[in-house]
Design a protein around this ligand. Structure first.
Ligand code: C2E
Ligand code: CA
Ligand code: CA
Length: 756
């Protein structure tokens, strides 16, 4: 199983992907909402609407019963038990005629039908009603009235209905029926009150489907037949048989309708209400418009959401409230992201074996200065792609850190074969790099780890180890790869210990300054000195700068130490002046870490101004391999000059210097590196002729450029004589003096000061 390889997305692509995911999510949400609102929602509303209509209709149907009962009560009021039991038809007819004025004015005729179907009418007629369908004894019940279907009056031919009240003898045999006929028109009183929605048509059917009431009187008394083919079966006689419910059909105007129907309480009639579908449809259309607005609102809020999200994330990134994930130059992860992901991988695979690699480019600072930032950036990008290719082959992870640094985590299954493989890959990479426009040389530090064996190890510790291993080949241009080992472990521990006590050391005054004289070759007198720091530690005793300066440069503590040294130097010179002792200029080292010339000047001057020393007694040694670029070095030199300080270029010719610098940065002094002399001498300390000529021409060149020259590390008379012969101005080295304590230095000045 390889490491989980992540694809390296650029922040822009990531944003795009994020936006796409959000969009898909919101769209899906919208469609789901749409579905719910439009399908289920509408279905729900439709059901509610149908239920409501049915309920309202049923409520109205009860209203009929109220009327029928009133009619029934009215009819019953002329019932006389004795008369109806004993009297014949004629007698009852007389009784009806006499009392009709007390009955409901809606009755157009009241009549009694005897058991032989002979009708005795309130109009005085006696008519044989045999065969009349409304005299259907089977339907009669005791103590109940009966409402007939539609009839046409035998007198006026108007459509009427009859309310019948049957009477039974003691043997429960139908004795006769008391009837009252009522004009269908009278039903308008009931139906006129029925209002269901704005566009409904309400009508009543009798049991056989005859239209009893209808807004269009032409339909009264008839069975209604829909005209269109689609609804041709939904005739009113069919509807009348259905009882309660709902059917799709057509109204008298030919509009398709939803027809609700319910049985009228108290009779077999059917109350119907038809709703033209077109109104319902327009209502649905409104809903569809709402859908459109829902989508529109959704899309607008989506756009706003993305805008807000992007601005928020930009705000967080620009204000560094969250650590960035991707490095903008290489599109690789940042170191922070790498550390967190690598930690997860190690935790998940505690029994695996891993290699953490730190890679960088030799003399990248010089490349940056000589070829420019843009070119250096292109190189970093090219290198990142080469490394990424290898990392992908191993299924590992990679990140780009500060400047030219890269971090890689690979899983190794078999240390030996994996190491062979990675070495092969790095060798191949070397050949690939050779084809690049500007030659550059990467170096790698590798540390191997097995999380189960060292469970407390953190990724930053592993990076420190890999970085440490890589640093061991800093000055060895023949090696490009170093593997962290036990000896390094010791050294790293030592460094870690040093790091742990540096702050206390500074507070407790463990750091002190020694002064190494600078001698003018023309008369062998002292013309200055260099302040060199020493550290008297409790644990390791006296430490020389090479033990702690490189470490302090890496952890940044050197900046603090520099200012501490400056203050010690100023204090010392100040005391010498106050004592009336002779003084010579002192050079102080400005470490490579200072990156802001304005800030440096501000801090420097605030210390300097605490003492009353002429500024020409202070020289600042700057180095080319500073984190400052060429322009910045020029700027700091100018600022120092303005305050009256002189500036020397330290370690000139130490391998990383460029002749370009010589003309560009306006330093006063060129301080030639000790290496210069060492590399020009044979084993017996004799200078070879070519090197001697080269050094001579450099001294001449410096003079042309109006720069003073000083050589450091002069140890022998031969060297001193040679430098004197080529008119080098000054030397600094063991030949004249090692770095001296304050009191020895005081003495040295007294003995070697020029009296001219
Ligand atoms: P550097 O600035 O090039 O200082 C000169 C170094 O050469 C000093 O080493 C000095 O003791 C040594 N040296 C002088 N003459 C001879 C000689 O004849 N033979 C040999 N073999 N060495 C000689 P030191 O004091 O160990 O300092 C080493 C480096 O540490 C310095 O190199 C400088 O880069 C850094 N350093 C020392 N003190 C300070 C300081 O106060 N601040 C900063 N930023 N760096 C310092
Ligand atoms: Ca120096
Ligand atoms: Ca030097």
């Amino acid at each position: 199983m390889g490491l989980s390889v992540k694809s390296y997305l650029s922040p822009e692509k990531l944003k795009l992907l994020y936006s796409a995911v959000i969009s898909v999510f919101v769209m899906a949400l919208l469609f789901i909402l749409n579905g719910i609102v439009l399908k289920d929602g509408l279905r729900f509303l439709e059901k509610r609407y149908f239920d409501n209509c049915s309920q309202v209709l049923q409520g109205y149907s009860n209203g009929f019963q109220h009327y029928f009962e009133n009619y029934n009560t009215s009819l019953n009021s002329i019932y006389d038990e004795e008369l109806f039991e004993k009297g014949d038809g004629k007698t009852i007819q007389k009784w009806i005629i006499r009392n009709i004025k007390y009955l409901s004015p809606d009755f157009c005729s009241v009549f009694y039908v005897d058991s032989n179907s002979v009708g005795y009418f309130s109009q005085g007629d006696v008519i044989d009603l045999t065969g009349k369908s409304y005299l259907t004894p089977g339907n009669f019940k005791e103590d109940s009235y009966y409402v007939t279907d539609l009839f046409f009056s035998v007198y006026t031919s108007e459509p009427i209905f009859i309310i019948e009240k049957p009477y039974f003898d003691k043997n429960k045999k139908l004795k006769g029926i008391l009837c009252a006929s009522i004009k269908i028109k009278k039903l308008d009183k009931v139906t006129d009150h029925i209002k269901i929605g704005e566009h409904s048509t309400v009508y009543v059917l009798d049991r056989l489907g005859h239209v009893l009431t209808h807004p269009d009187e032409d339909f009264i008394g008839k069975v209604f037949f829909p005209k269109s083919e689609k609804y041709k079966n939904v005739t009113s006689d069919v509807t009348a048989r259905l009882g309660n419910g709902y059917v799709e059909t057509e109204n008298h105007l030919g509009e398709s309708i939803d027809l609700f129907y319910t049985q009228v309480k108290g009779c077999d009639w059917i109350l119907c209400a038809g709703f033209p579908k077109k109104y319902l449809r327009s209502w649905f259309d409104k809903f569809k418009k709402i859908r459109f607005f829902i989508i529109l609102i959704g899309l607008v809020s989506l756009a706003l959401l993305l805008l807000v999200q992007n601005s928020i994330s930009d705000y967080f990134y620009t204000n560094q409230l969250i650590s960035p994930i991707y490095d903008p130059l290489t599109r690789l992860w940042t170191r922070q992201k790498f550390e967190s992901e690598a930690a997860k991988i190690l935790a998940k695979n505690s029994h695996g074996r891993f290699a953490l690699i730190e890679a960088d480019i030799r003399s990248f600072n010089m490349i940056n200065q000589n070829y420019g930032a843009e070119c250096a950036d292109r190189m970093i990008f090219f290198f990142s792609q080469c490394l990424n290719k290898i990392v992908q082959k191993f299924g590992g992870i990679i990140a780009h850190g500060y400047a030219d640094r890269f971090y890689i985590l690979l899983r190794f299954y078999n240390i030996r074969s994996s190491m062979r493989r990675i070495e092969g890959e790095l060798k191949f990479l070397e050949s690939e790099i050779r084809s690049y426009a500007i030659p550059f040389f990467p170096k790698y530090g590798i540390t191997l780890c097995k999380p189960s064996r060292m469970p407390v190890v953190s990724i930053s510790e592993l990076i420190t180890q890999a970085g440490f291993a890589k640093n061991t080949i800093r000055n060895n241009s023949l090696a490009n790869c170093s593997i962290y080992n036990a000896a390094m472990f010791e050294k790293l521990n030592e460094e870690q210990y040093i790091e742990s006590c540096m702050e206390d050391g500074l507070k407790n005054g463990e750091f002190f300054v020694m002064y190494q004289p600078k001698i003018r070759l023309s008369d062998d007198t002292i013309v200055g000195s260099e302040a060199l720091v020493r550290w008297k530690t409790k644990h390791f005793g006296l430490l020389s700068p090479d033990k702690f300066i490189p470490l302090f440069e890496r952890n940044g503590f050197i900046v603090k130490l520099d200012f501490y040294v400056y203050e010690q130097v100023f204090k010392f010179i100040d005391s010498q002046i106050k004592k009336g002792n002779p003084v010579v200029p002192v050079s102080i080292n400005m470490s490579r870490n200072h990156n802001d010339s304005a800030k440096f000047m501000q801090d420097f001057m605030s210390i300097f101004n605490r003492y009353s020393i002429p500024s020409n007694l202070i020289q600042i040694e700057i180095v080319e391999r500073s984190v400052m670029d060429k322009d910045c070095l020029c700027d700091i030199t100018d600022r120092l000059h303005k305050e009256g300080f002189s500036v020397a270029m330290d370690d000139f010719g130490s391998g990383e210097s460029s002749l370009n610098m010589l003309t560009k940065v306006p330093v006063d002094v060129l301080k030639f590196d000790r290496e210069f002399l060492l590399s020009s001498m044979d084993d017996n300390g004799a200078l070879d002729e070519k090197s001697a000529k080269f050094i001579q021409s450099l001294i001449e060149l410096s003079k042309h450029l109006d720069k003073e020259t000083i050589f450091e590390g002069v140890e022998t008379l031969k060297q001193r004589n040679f430098l004197k012969s080529i008119k080098c101005d000054q030397v600094q080295g063991y030949f004249y003096s090692k770095p001296l304590s304050e009191s020895d230095y005081e003495q040295f000045i007294l003995e070697h000061i020029s009296h001219s």
